[in-house]
Every structure is written in structure tokens, then in C-alpha cells.
Design a protein. Structure first.
Length: 284
């Protein structure tokens, strides 16, 4: 709270939001920097989305995160969309600039920031294999291409969705949609494999999106899932000498970038990480 007792309101629009770790993460970050902000999760039913967006202006909120199922549907209600969010076709952060609502997407940039900090990959020299072609894949493929990846392969169960995603970013880099049968050959040539599907997520923790026997030394294997913190894919990658990169970093950094957009301050990422880990790893 500032000296006058006033708080600036931020939050999350999703449906459901009960299990979100964002309120704990952001409120810990605000506390750490002594900023007079608060973050509240709002369960917004799809039919109430327009009214909820209007309430950002009416209540003078500084901004919100937007999550499933609203990331695409929220776009028509905003005043401006950043070029990156436009290319991704989804918004995960709204900033209220004096009544003008701007839609950003920090998922992809947050992902790339955590990948580069944790793995030391050089994107221009690293061919990439993406597993999946949904909303998360779109954010990640776009950010990877935007930040220098030159060669991207997309393998999705439904090939047509892979084709559509490849077409969407074809202007940015060399990108190909491939069939699942191509993975065994392709994986010998790439440097980075990213799982964007939900395969391996709690409670199906023994499932892997690809045959673990294909993993080899020299790969960075990245999984967007952070529950469990170490998926079957990442465990197998580590056992085979590859470098694992977990999904928690993406979650922390998409939040860190939203935090900076709202407050103008550098986010205390270590406190944010500790806060989320303390929720994810039950205390003994
Ligand atoms: P998100 O926003 O998390 O990316 P999404 O847009 O629903 O969610 O996309 C889910 C992705 O995971 C899709 O690529 C989906 O493949 P399909 O396009 O074939 O549906 C993929 N996926 C989900 N469950 C899967 C499974 N059991 N095996 C393989 N791919 C799966």
C-alpha cells in the first residue's frame, strides 16, 4: 500500500482460475519491491468477457493477464494489439494506458528468455523441432522465429494444423510441417525439441509425446509442462545426456514481462520462482 492507502489493481481473467499460481507469484513480486499493487484472479464466464474487459477501464485497473479460454476471443475488445500478439493471434496481457487497452503476448518472449538463460543455445545455429501446433506452439514458434531461429519443423498429430501454423510464420524463417513418421530421422539433425502438447501433464505423468529412445546427447529438450516439474520426456532426456529445459521458466518469465509492462520495474524473478515452486512442491 502507498502512504495514502491506495492500491493499483491488476489481475487475471480466465475460466476457471481457481488453480492459477499467478496471484501468489505477482503479489509476492509486488511485496518484494514494495509496490502498491495487488493481483486478483477473476473467474470470467465467456458470455461476460466483454463486460469484464470494460471493467478494466471503468475500475481503472492497470491491466490483466488473460488465460484459457479467453486469449483469442478477447482481441476484438481491445484498442490496440502489438505486432507480436497479432502474429501469434492471441493476447495474454492487457495494459491500460489511460483508458486505451493494449493487448500484448508475453508467452513466446517469456519462453525464449528462459530457454536462452537456462540452455545457452544459439538460435540462429539451432534447427528446432516443435511437437504440437496449438495455441502454445503458435506463441513459441513465432517468438523463436522472431528472435533468430532459422529452421523450424512442426510435427503435429493433426497434420493440417501443423501446415496452417507453418504457413502463418513462413515469412519469418524456413518452416516446415512434417509428419510424425519423419521424427526419427529429423531428430538426428535438430538441436532443440520443444513439447507444446499436453502429453505427460499430471495425472498422465508416465506418457511421453515421442519415443524416449530417440533422444540423444547434444539435444536441448524443452517441455512447456511444469506440472510435474520434471516430465517423463525431461527425465528421459536427462538420462540420455541431453539438456532438459522445464516449463516453469516460461511461466515465470511470461509473468515477469507482464509485471514490467504494468509497473515499469524489473521483475524479481527469483522470488517469483521460489513462490511458485513452494506451491508446486508440497512441503514435507
Ligand atoms: P494449447 O493452447 O495448450 O497449445 P491447444 O491449442 O488445445 O492447447 O493445442 C493442444 C496441442 O496438443 C495440439 O497440437 C494437439 O494436437 P491436435 O492438433 O492433433 O489436437 C496436441 N495434443 C493434445 N493431446 C495430444 C495427444 N494425446 N497426442 C498428441 N498430441 C496431442
Amino acid at each position: 500500500m502507498d502512504g495514502s492507502g491506495h492500491l493499483t489493481l491488476t489481475g487475471l481473467f480466465g475460466h476457471p482460475v481457481r488453480h492459477s499460481r499467478s496471484p501468489a507469484m505477482h503479489n509476492a513480486a509486488f511485496r518484494e519491491l514494495g509496490l502498491p499493487y495487488v493481483y486478483v484472479a477473476f473467474d470470467v464466464a465467456p458470455e461476460s468477457l466483454a463486460a469484464a474487459v470494460d471493467s478494466i477501464r471503468v475500475l481503472g485497473m492497470r491491466g490483466v493477464n488473460v488465460t484459457i479460454p479467453h486469449k483469442v476471443d478477447v482481441m476484438p475488445y481491445l484498442d490496440r494489439i502489438t505486432p507480436e500478439a497479432d502474429l501469434i493471434g492471441a493476447v495474454n496481457t492487457i495494459v491500460n494506458e489511460n483508458g486505451v487497452l493494449i493487448g500484448h503476448n508475453t508467452d513466446g518472449t517469456g519462453y525464449v528468455r528462459s530457454l536462452l538463460e537456462e540452455s545457452r543455445l544459439s538460435l540462429p545455429e539451432s534447427p528446432v523441432l516443435i511437437l504440437g501446433a496449438g495455441g502454445a506452439a503458435r506463441a513459441i514458434v513465432t517468438a523463436l522465429a522472431w528472435q533468430g531461429a532459422k529452421e523450424i519443423y512442426i510435427a503435429n498429430r493433426t497434420r493440417q494444423k501443423g501446415d496452417e501454423l507453418a504457413q502463418r510464420i513462413a515469412a519469418l524463417c524456413s518452416v516446415h510441417s512434417v509428419s510424425l513418421a519423419d521424427i526419427p530421422e529429423l531428430i538426428k539433425r535438430v538441436r532443440l525439441v520443444v513439447n507444446t502438447t499436453s502429453v505427460g501433464m499430471h495425472p498422465n505423468v508416465e506418457e511421453s509425446p515421442i519415443d524416449p529412445a530417440l533422444l540423444h546427447e547434444g539435444l536441448v529438450v524443452s517441455d512447456l509442462i511444469y506440472n510435474p516439474l520434471e516430465t517423463c520426456l525431461l527425465r528421459e532426456a536427462r538420462r540420455r545426456g541431453a539438456t532438459p529445459h522445464g516449463g516453469l521458466g516460461m511461466f515465470i518469465y511470461q509473468g515477469a514481462e507482464a509485471f514490467t509492462l504494468w509497473t515499469g520495474a524489473e521483475a524479481p524473478v527469483e522470488i517469483m520462482r521460489q513462490t511458485v515452486e513452494s506451491i508446486l512442491i508440497p512441503r514435507r
